[in-house]
Design a binder for this molecule. Structure first.
Ligand code: NAP
Length: 488
């Protein structure tokens, strides 16, 4: 694969490449360029020199091009689904769902054409007016993760381009081919040379350089809190606007009056969707004592019944890489050191053939986890769930809020009074009441605390890509005298 710099598909300037692996087998599927700082600089220069022309094209034309990119993706969607299976290890139905998500994002943002408005504000006297324009920020750096490697690329490219910005995309080193495939479709749709660039390479090697570059106006990251913190530090060099969509630790509360079947099915999805590698994954189960044993028994059976293995035929695929698989083993061994009981799973499954080298891990449940245990404090990001029994409503809300992360949360109860109380008291960017996620394009995906800064989706998300600029005008013919200009 190649990088896109100023409209040309190129190798790294020093010819260095990195291996790209299939997580279901551990086998190499391709290599990708390890971009140098010079490559990154050329991409940023190209983006900076083209963004104003792209802005001048007008939002109607930009909307048409973005919509066309969607149509081109739709026409060849099977290719993207195949890449999601081979490069990311998605099970087939979830690869199909993700492509639906990509198209939803692209068409949603394309529909903002001719809808970006500013304000005309009255000045202090009748002849004075203030025009508040929303203008593109300039060069947007988009850093994307591997867990939803197509949807996250679409969720950044479409609004950034729609609002007249130019982009330098640096996708995850675990899923660069998926990003390349999507970028090619935007190029084919007519995004001009230089407006959209892609550089691949390790974030740990080129990340600091990209985010601190003087020509960068906005950095949008979907990734870990650790990377977000590093970017806050490094971007002090350019004071760029930051959009940081970071980690989660979703509480999943099932109260004693809940619709149990609905809660069970939702929990299987919320925990094991994408092998638990989702920022909105259920990470802490708070189960009311009255229903705990019945719920646990059924959930245990559902968990043990999940088929893990070949993404084409199973219900749960692999983790993204060896490091992620090892980190699940560490979670389980440290919980055993805490004398916690593994109720299901807890190890690598015994798979045959090529899949025996894949990064799989069994769906795992751990019983009676104390609130202060690392299992309830740190983001696990895999198919391991801890259970904690509760009986007091106020205390449960406090426990749910007791997390450094504040992205998604779930509540199952039929009591409207409790739902309204939770609406107020839950300190998370998203509360899903009696339903599964994920977030919608028209929702504002955002979080409290260490989950980050700003958000994506909806009219609020698209506004993050725009700078508000004020123009003051006085159309009176009054003469101005020195010394008569008023202060505040
Ligand atoms: P990550 O390690 O933070 O990587 C995200 C992106 O940042 C990758 O492209 C990575 O490149 C790059 N990067 C790494 N270090 C960098 C640096 N110093 N400067 C600039 N860029 C750098 O996260 P991940 O492991 O891919 O994704 C999992 C995390 O994402 C989880 O914490 C999850 O909760 C979070 N997430 C959040 C949301 C949300 O909406 N809030 C959605 C999905 C995922 P390399 O791949 O080359 O390292």
């Amino acid at each position: 694969m190649k990088n896109l710099i100023d409209g040309r598909w190129v190798d790294s300037s020093n010819g260095k490449v990195i291996d790209d692996l299939n997580p279901s087998t551990g086998m190499k599927i391709d290599t990708f360029p390890a971009a140098t700082k010079e490559d990154v600089s050329t991409a940023i220069d190209a983006a900076e020199s083209t963004f104003w022309k792209w802005n001048e094209l007008g939002s109607k034309e930009r909307g048409r091009i973005i919509r066309k990119a969607g149509d081109l993706i739709q026409a060849k969607r099977k290719e993207l689904e195949n890449l999601l299976v081979s490069e990311c290890g998605k099970i087939r139905p979830q690869a199909q769902e993700e492509v639906n998500g990509v198209l939803d994002q692209i068409y949603y943002y394309a529909n903002f054409e001719r809808k970006i408005t500013g304000d005309l504000v009255e000045g202090d006297t009748h002849t004075k007016k203030i025009f508040q324009y929303k203008v593109p920020r300039g060069v947007v750096v988009a850093l994307t993760p591997w867990n939803f490697p197509a949807a996250m690329v679409a969720r950044k490219l479409a609004p950034a381009l729609m609002t007249g910005n130019s982009v330098v995309l640096k996708p995850s080193s675990d899923t660069p081919l998926i990003a390349e495939w999507i970028v090619r479709k935007f190029q084919e749709a007519g995004v001009p040379d230089g407006v959209l660039n892609m550089v691949t390479g390790k974030g740990s090697e080129i990340g600091d350089f990209i985010v601190s570059h003087k020509k960068v106006a906005l950095v949008t990251l979907t990734g870990s809190t650790k990377t977000g913190q590093r970017i806050i530090e490094k971007s002090s060099a350019n004071m760029s606007k930051l959009m940081l969509e970071l980690g989660g630790k979703a509480p999943f509360i099932v109260w004693n009056d809940a619709d149990i079947e609905k809660a069970l099915t939702t929990l299987v999805w919320a925990k094991f969707w994408n092998a638990g590698q989702s920022c909105i994954a259920a990470e802490r189960l708070y189960l009311h004592e009255d229903i705990a044993s019945k719920f646990e028994e059924k959930f245990l059976a559902m968990t043990k019944g999940l088929k893990v293995g070949d993404p084409e035929t199973s219900q749960m695929g692999p983790l993204i890489n060896l490091e992620a698989q090892k980190s699940m083993e560490e979670v389980v061994s440290s919980s055993e050191k805490e004398n916690l009981k593994t109720l299901a799973g807890g190890k690598k499954p015994d798979l045959k053939g090529n899949f025996s080298n894949g990064y799989f891990f069994e769906p795992t449940l751990i019983g009676d986890v104390p609130q202060k245990s690392p299992i309830f404090q740190d983001e696990i990001f895999g198919p391991v769930l801890g259970i904690h029994k509760v009986n007091d409503w106020e205390e449960t809300i406090k426990l749910a809020n007791d997390s450094q992360f504040g992205l998604a949360s779930y509540l199952f109860t039929e009591d409207n009074r409790r739902i309204l109380q939770a609406n107020e008291a839950i300190r998370f960017g998203e509360l899903y009441v009696n339903m599964p996620g994920p977030e919608s394009s028209q929702g504002y995906h955002t979080g409290f605390r260490m989950t980050g800064l700003a958000g994506e989706g909806s009219k609020y998300g698209i506004t993050e890509y725009l700078q508000i600029k004020n123009v003051y005008v006085d159309y009176s013919k009054d003469k101005l005298k020195l010394g008569s200009i008023p202060g505040f």
